[in-house]
Design a protein around this ligand. Sequence first.
Ligand SMILES: [Zn+2]
Length: 269
Amino acid sequence: MLQKPALIDIGANLSNRRFHADLDAVISRAKEAGVAHIIVTGTSERASHDAHALTQTYPGYLSSTAGVHPHEAKNWNAQAARSIEKLAASKTVLAVGECGLDYNRMFSTEVQQRACFEAQLQLAVRLQKPVFLHERDAHDDFFALLRQYRPQLTGAVVHCFTGNTDELRAYLDLDCHIGITGWICDERRGDDLRKAVKFLPKDKLMIETDAPFLLPRNLPVRPDDGRNEPMYLPVVLEAVAAILRISPVTLAQQIRKNTEQFFDLLTTE
Ligand SMILES: [Zn+2]
């Protein structure tokens, strides 16, 4: 029998309300598709608590991150910092984040974003847990802060990397891991990314869906509601494997090893 490669989705927003009604079915479909483990992204104080609660409902199959997304940086304060710190210390929380800078939509000011990001970098250093990073249209400021803290961090993954080859090389110089989403499947806007991925060392690569967002555009059958979910992770694997000209099964083994080491995660078959 052909074994499906066991994959780990390092970023799925399963506490998003679009999963409230049918999460059991979503998880079953993910398992059937060969997804062995999912790390649920925490994007706000509330979402991080919800993500952590989900890890208790699906023990062993779900882990989470705890952090505040740059969009939410305006809500960062002493109370939120304490709450995230407490949460991030728990065993099933594998990383601090998602945190970073996003100057694309500016839901929080640059000053708020930088303060919120820096506090979470410091938290990750204190807890000695890796950071799960988000950067959009803010490469220079983001890079400067990350470089400052990188020597003290245990690990850093730039999640949903969508940048160009120069940006990729800069992150690799800081010994970052790179998270690739279904953005790579987008013929209209994934061009820079597809070029950059060719320069990505295989041991720095991880994959994610960012569900319910970023539904791969190349699905043969598109769900009516346009919702992405972890069962589509193999589509991302196959897109990356095609660019790297390597078999998906071989690549999946490498990615799994990277992911388990990076998050200090021991999954079971
Ligand atoms: Zn993100």
